[in-house]
Design a binder for this molecule. Structure first.
Ligand code: PLP
Ligand code: COI
Length: 374
């Protein structure tokens, strides 16, 4: 327990945890977000008392009043991260401190109390440790960890709530997109936008996703895997996908990605790819890019590859782009060379198969790693 983290976690293990042979069945090709591990971590916050009652316990439903504030005014934020079984059975997380920082920033934007970063990381470690049997070992699989916080006060007045619950749950996951696909198809929404300047686009709050679901439904109806959002003011600048950031590979070998201007999520995968690419000598431009330019550059060959990235999606090539008046292909429609190289490097570091010059990999037992700074 560090000085920053004064909370003591009470651990009450599940009285009848899932038998190992049943877990083994659940770990075969898990669908993203359907099956959950045995435990959860909860911490409560109340005005006047602050953070208290930190617990690791059997996962169970919450009991909340119909007047619970989050059900009405959507004060809710979350994070997404993964735990991996690495070499020599070491268990690791990828840059959990970065998730802890973003969680604090999301909380600030949504007028919620800020959980100390060390407490956030310890809560995640506690859950992964007690449910370590749920971490899949198969190639491409991991334990997806979902920390979240919601306003739990029973009150209908419109103001920041005075009670919150922070919780962490976890689920074994395989690839986010249907396996076997080397590249996905995206739908460019010209009607719906995700976030406006001054809004909550940079916060990881549930409301952003609720607002984007109609466009995702539209995308699915057109046979697309994800939606690409354009900016809210001019409907021309590419922002991000429903649950991922986006990169373009130019024919001079450089990368381009939309800048962080407050309307898109500052992805940890995005930041890692930028650092990794620059470390390899690849030029990365964080520069605005319009849909019209993307289309013209895909036709002319100036853009050779495009990929989506995020914790759930990892690095996924975009092969086909559909929009209101037509569609176009990127490269040969499959995964390009640089996309594949970046995916291999990033996942190699994440899974402990390649050296990590950045100190991103955070091993669960401190004894295993002297520089847990991820
Ligand atoms: N953008 C959105 C809207 C997301 O939901 C996510 C996923 O968390 C990302 C980008 C990528 O963020 P990260 O790489 O931190 O997972
Ligand atoms: C994540 O990648 O963690 C997300 O939250 C995105 C969502 C598509 C699951």
């Amino acid at each position: 327990m560090s000085a920053e983290n004064q909370l003591r976690f009470v651990v009450e293990p599940h009285p009848s945890p899932t038998p190992i042979d049943q877990i083994a069945i659940e770990l075969v090709n898990p669908v993203f977000g359907r099956v959950f591990s045995d435990h959860m971590v909860t911490i409560r916050w109340t005005e006047g008392m602050g953070w208290h009652d930190a617990k690791v316990e059997a996962r169970r439903p919450f009991e909340i009043e119909p007047s619970c504030s989050v059900l009405h005014y959507a004060q809710e934020i979350f994070e997404g991260m993964k735990a991996y079984h690495g070499e020599e059975s070491k268990i690791s997380l990828f840059r959990p401190r970065a998730n802890a920082r973003r969680f604090r920033e999301s909380a600030e934007r949504m007028s919620m109390p800020q959980l100390p970063e060390a407490t956030f990381v310890e809560a995640v470690e506690q859950l992964v440790e007690i449910d370590r049997a749920w971490i899949p070992t198969a190639e491409g699989a991991s334990l997806y960890v979902r920390p979240f916080m919601f306003a739990s006060e029973s009150f209908l007045g419109v103001r920041a709530a005075r009670e919150y619950i922070f919780c962490v749950i976890a689920c074994p996951v395989g690839p986010y997109f249907k396996s076997g696909k080397s590249a996905v198809t995206v739908w460019v929404s010209d009607q719906y936008t995700r976030a406006a300047p001054g809004g909550t686009g940079a916060a990881k709050c549930g409301g952003n996703y609720a607002a984007g679901l109609i466009a995702q439904t539209e995308a699915s109806a057109r046979g697309c895997d994800q939606v690409v959002f354009l900016d809210a003011a001019q409907h021309k600048w590419i922002e991000e996908l429903g649950g991922m950031n986006v990169f373009f590979v130019m024919d001079d070998g450089s990368l381009r990605t939309p800048p962080l201007l407050g309307t898109i999520l500052p992805g940890i995968t995005r930041a890692s790819i930028i650092e990794l690419a620059r470390h390899e000598g690849i030029v990365v431009d964080e520069a605005p890019y319009t849909f019209v330019e993307w289309q013209a550059d895909a036709f002319s060959g100036r853009v050779t590859e495009t990929f989506a990235c995020g914790t759930a999606a990892v690095v996924t090539a975009i092969g086909q782009v559909r929009h209101a008046t037509g569609e176009f292909r990127i490269g040969d429609g499959g995964e390009g060379t640089l996309t594949q190289q970046i995916r291999t490097k990033l996942t190699g570091i994440q899974r402990g198969k390649m050296t990590d010059p950045f100190g991103w990999v955070h091993y669960l037992s401190r004894a295993n790693c002297p520089n847990n700074i991820g």
